[in-house]
Structures are given as structure tokens and as C-alpha cells.
Write a protein that binds this ligand. Structure first.
Ligand SMILES: Cc1cc2nc3c(=O)[nH]c(=O)nc-3n(C[C@H](O)[C@H](O)[C@H](O)COP(=O)(O)OP(=O)(O)OC[C@H]3O[C@@H](n4cnc5c(N)ncnc54)[C@H](O)[C@@H]3O)c2cc1C
Length: 405
């Protein structure tokens, strides 16, 4: 039996952030990652200004990342190029940092800070009654007062804890590849909001071109489960169709690797319990309106350990409450919104509004940059509060009339 202070399951951004904060505070933290050192993660590699703020808080050197100054939104024939806004909470720039390098950098910082990291080692929670007492990993038992579930989109570890996706809530699927482009050093992300599937049906989701500054662009498409025909949607075909649209303007070469797809969890029925709590994707912290979750993962990982440092016994409950105050209303609004845009007849006019005027585009930008939450002042925050109220009233109707069966 091995004893430590804190166990982390998963070495993505959420788990690494938790391990960094804990190790720096002198906590004996052990992290288990089932992939090898330097494992890749299927992702768009986009770091929002919110993610940059979290990385700065973690004192991560961002110089290896490719700086991004804003977002170009394309909806039909309309294009709007906007700079990330200056706010008092987040910097006015984001970044693109390919996950293979980004995650390796973060986990290396955790190791340098003193975390004991075990690669190629799957960990599964061990329970005594309803309390998580540690994990079973590499044929051994590990014990700690708190276990942090940072295992990404829900799998075997989440299942043991009842921390699964809510089957009544939407989720996303997305696919990405890398391709060479002469425009790799551009400082704007590009998002095409008017995607259509092979039958011409508008897809609630978007196609992205995220220039990585290293000769390549991360190209991908993502879709929400709220659309009719989602189960039959072929992401490879959707990606190829999108690549055909951007090939000429981007001087795009062929894919450098086989396109890979992964899930975007947007809900979680239970994210804490005695002796454990969930962070990042494991807790369903992905913005339903853009599929981004690195920033929420970093923030929730840090917040979890701050609560552990304050009081290990109350950490799960206090964390659950704090993280709920920070994210729940925004994510709930996003999920309800995704039922709305699952209807093609609402998606089309919605897009026209989203980029139609400068004021609307600014709000869309704030949403796409994960810059909005319950603490956001100004127009975007007000719109969120109003939308939250209106969509709450409409919730039963939205679910009854959802496009996806
Ligand atoms: C195609 C795609 C594009 C995306 N683009 C963006 C984007 O541009 N920007 C953005 O912010 N977000 C994006 N996201 C979402 C983003 O990838 C996730 O929100 C983010 O990776 C969450 O980090 P995490 O640490 O919670 O989980 P992960 O990064 O998934 O890390 C979880 C880790 O846990 C490990 N693990 C799992 N189970 C176990 C176990 N039992 N024992 C040990 N280890 C285990 C896994 O191997 C993995 O390394 C995208 C997602 C997809 C699918």
C-alpha cells in the first residue's frame, strides 16, 4: 500500500494544473497518466485568452506557443475579423499550441515542481462504501485523502464514480488534422460557422483553421448532438468538404496525419463525492457553443487544489459549489442554446444575427473566446443573463421539440 496526500487521475491540462499547484505547495501528489510521456490529444490546439490567463497564473512560459490576436468569423458570405477584447480579467491575446507539445510542457512543469508522475499507468478509483480512498494503478494500491478525476471525456474511471455524461444533455464530436499552409504564421483563428453536411443540412457547429506558426494549421470540424441525423453524420466527410472550401484561400496541402475524432462532454451527472472530485472534461466543462475546454480544465484543476489546501475534508463539497457558481449557469445556457441551433430553420437566421452587426459579433466573439460567465460585466454578461432566464423558461419546450431523436 502506497500513501500520499493527493492523487490525480489523468495528465491533460486539468490534471497537470492540479499537480503543479499541489506540488508547488509542498503536497505529496501522485499523478497517473495512461498514455506515454508526450502523448497527443485530439484537439484544435486553440488557447483562449482565458486559457492564457490561467497559464499565466500557473507561471507557464508561453514563448513556445504561437500568439493569436483575434478571431475571423465566417457565416455564409459574411466575414468579420475581430481582435480579442481587452478586459480586466483576461489578456487580449490567445495562442495556438499543438497539444502534443503543450501537454508535454505542462506535465514536465508538474514533474519539475515535485509531482510524482507515472506514465502508461491506468488508475481506477478504489472505494470503501461510497468513499473514494485512493486508486488501483500498476498492480498496486495508492491511498490519499483526496482523488482528483482529471481523466477527460468520461470512461472507465468516471463510470466507477457515477461521474458520467447526462444522457439527456447534448454533447459534441469533433475531428482534426494538421496540414501545411503558407498562412501558418497568421495571428487570427478562423471559424466557419455555416457548415453543411453532405445532404446540404446546416450543421450546428463550425469548421476551424487554427494556424500553429510552425508551417502547419490545425484544421477541424465539430458538431453538436442536437442536430437531426447526428448519429449518421460522417465527420471525415464533413472535414473533407470543409478542407475543399479552405484549400484555395489557405494554399492548404494534404493532411499530414490521419484525421482523428474525439468526444466533447458537456455535462456530468455527478462531479464530486466523499474523497473525490472531477475537473476539466471529466466534469463536463466544455463550452457547448464552441467546444473549448482547456481554459475551464486549467481553472477547475487549480480551484480543486486550492480547496484541498484549505481543507481536504470539505474540499469536494466546497469545490462543487464554487465551480458551480463559476460555470453552471453559462454552460446550462449553452446546452439549451444548442437545442435551439439544432433546428436548421433557427440556425440560419441565428447566424445572420450572430455576425450581422458589430455589437452582435462582439458578443459572439466573447462567447467563442470563453470570456463570458456569471461574473462578466457589460453587454455580453447582460445578454447571457437574459438568455439564461429566457432559455430556462423555454427549457421543457426545447427538449420536447429537439431536432435530434
Ligand atoms: C477535436 C477537438 C478539438 C478541440 N479543440 C479545442 C480547442 O481548440 N481549444 C480548447 O480549449 N478546447 C478544445 N477541445 C476540448 C479540449 O480538448 C478539452 O477540453 C481538454 O483536453 C480537457 O482537458 P482535460 O485535462 O480535462 O482532459 P484530457 O486533455 O482529455 O486529458 C485527460 C487525460 O487522462 C488520461 N486518462 C484517462 N483515463 C485515465 C485513467 N483511468 N488513468 C490514467 N489516465 C487516464 C488520458 O490519457 C488523458 O491524457 C477540443 C476537443 C476536441 C475533441
Amino acid at each position: 500500500m502506497n500513501q500520499c496526500d493527493l492523487i490525480v487521475i489523468g495528465g491533460g491540462p486539468a490534471g497537470a494544473a492540479a499537480a503543479i499547484v499541489a506540488a508547488r505547495a509542498g503536497v505529496r501528489v501522485v499523478l497517473f497518466e495512461k498514455g506515454p510521456h508526450g502523448r497527443d490529444k485530439v484537439c484544435g490546439d486553440g488557447l483562449t485568452p482565458r486559457a492564457v490567463a490561467a497559464l499565466e497564473e500557473l507561471k507557464i512560459d508561453l514563448s513556445p506557443a504561437h500568439r493569436i490576436d483575434g478571431l475571423r468569423m465566417i457565416a455564409g458570405k459574411k466575414t468579420r475579423e475581430l481582435a480579442w477584447p481587452t478586459t480586466d480579467r483576461f489578456p487580449n491575446h490567445g495562442a495556438v499550441w499543438p497539444r502534443h507539445r503543450f501537454d508535454t510542457h505542462l506535465i514536465d512543469v508538474a514533474i519539475e515542481s515535485g509531482a510524482d508522475v507515472h506514465f502508461e499507468c491506468e488508475a481506477l478509483p478504489e472505494l470503501e462504501g461510497d468513499r473514494v480512498v485512493g486508486v488501483r494503478a500498476g498492480g498496486e494500491s495508492w491511498r490519499a485523502p483526496l482523488t482528483v478525476l482529471a481523466a477527460g471525456a468520461q470512461g472507465a474511471a468516471a463510470k466507477l464514480l457515477g461521474a458520467e455524461r447526462d444522457p439527456n444533455e447534448p454533447f459534441g464530436l469533433a475531428i482534426r488534422a494538421y496540414a501545411p499552409t503558407p498562412r501558418h504564421a497568421e495571428r487570427h483563428l478562423e471559424a466557419c460557422l455555416s457548415l453543411r453536411d453532405e445532404h446540404g443540412t446546416p450543421v450546428p457547429g463550425y469548421g476551424w483553421m487554427f494556424p500553429a506558426g510552425d508551417g502547419t494549421v490545425n484544421i477541424g470540424v465539430g458538431a453538436l448532438s442536437t442536430m437531426k441525423g447526428f448519429k449518421k453524420l460522417n465527420l471525415n466527410t464533413l472535414l473533407d468538404q470543409y478542407a475543399a472550401i479552405v484549400r484555395e484561400p489557405w494554399g492548404l496541402g494534404g493532411y499530414l496525419d490521419k484525421p482523428r475524432a474525439w468526444r466533447l462532454p458537456m455535462s456530468c451527472v455527478r462531479r464530486s463525492g466523499p474523497g473525490w472530485l472531477a475537473v476539466g472534461d471529466a466534469a463536463g466543462f466544455v463550452n457547448p457553443m464552441n467546444g473549448e475546454g482547456i481554459d475551464y480544465g486549467l481553472e477547475s484543476g487549480m480551484l480543486a487544489v486550492e480547496q484541498f489546501l484549505a481543507n481536504p475534508a470539505t474540499a469536494p463539497a466546497v469545490y462543487d459549489q464554487l465551480v458551480g457558481e463559476r460555470f453552471d449557469s453559462f454552460l446550462r445556457t449553452g446546452r439549451r442554446f444548442s437545442f435551439l441551433i439544432g433546428h436548421p430553420w433557427l440556425l440560419k437566421p441565428g447566424l445572420r444575427i450572430a455576425v450581422g452587426t458589430q455589437a452582435a459579433a462582439d458578443i459572439t466573439l466573447a462567447v467563442m473566446g470563453n470570456l463570458v460567465d456569471s461574473r462578466t460585466p457589460g453587454a455580453a454578461g447582460t445578454v447571457l443573463k437574459v438568455a439564461d432566464g429566457a432559455l430556462r423558461l423555454a427549457d421543457p419546450l426545447l427538449r420536447r421539440t429537439r431536432a435530434a431523436a
